[in-house]
Design a protein around this ligand. Structure first.
Ligand SMILES: C[S@@+](CC[C@H](N)C(=O)[O-])C[C@H]1O[C@@H](n2cnc3c(N)ncnc32)[C@H](O)[C@@H]1O
Length: 154
């Protein structure tokens, strides 16, 4: 119930033109990145991770580097993912922390949460601390599974 109320509140703010201050900026080492264009308070909802929903088994070989896990049931053949390659939003440009260096975790300023809205799972990206203007946004691509290679991440 709370999940639904919260997302409806965020959607009504967006309709009024009140959206989080985010900028997509190109970086020569990291590709496209997302930066805070103004101060962002801890726990601010930044964006939903948008895209087409599909079974992972249909997408395993398509080479997209922006596939997000939506649901991981016990039966792996039923695993659902969000694919932003054809339809997506700014979420696909938010970069990841390096899971193999001590500094990686320190860079994290965004967390990835799953919300139940009318029985459907949604992935939302939320600030997990205050973020200063000009800071790049980072979250952990490997919440549970450690399937995303990040050894080379800055
Ligand atoms: C979901 S996309 C993020 C947006 C991407 N930077 C772009 O230009 O489209 C994931 C890809 O971004 C790059 N990336 C993400 N985080 C990075 C980091 N910390 N350092 C370097 N590259 C990173 C990697 O190429 C990764 O496969």
């Amino acid at each position: 119930k709370e999940d639904k109320e919260t997302i409806e509140f965020c959607r009504s703010m967006l309709k009024r033109g009140e959206c989080p201050p985010l900028l997509v900026v190109f970086d020569s080492h990291e590709g496209f990145t997302v930066q805070a264009d103004a101060y962002i308070k801890d726990l601010t909802f930044l964006t939903e991770y948008a895209g087409d929903v599909d079974y992972l088994k249909n997408r395993e070989n398509d080479g997209c580097d922006s596939i997000m896990t939506l649901l991981s049931p016990a039966d792996p053949s039923q695993k659902l993912v969000i694919c932003p390659d054809k339809r997506g939003n700014i979420a696909r440009f938010i970069n990841g922390i390096n899971n193999h260096t001590p500094d990686g975790k320190k860079k994290q300023n965004v967390k990835c949460v799953r919300y139940d809205i009318d029985g459907e799972c949604h992935v939302l990206l939320v600030a997990c601390r205050d973020i200063a203007r000009g800071e790049k946004l980072y979250y952990d691509y490997n919440g549970h599974e450690y399937a995303y290679p990040t050894h080379h991440f800055v």
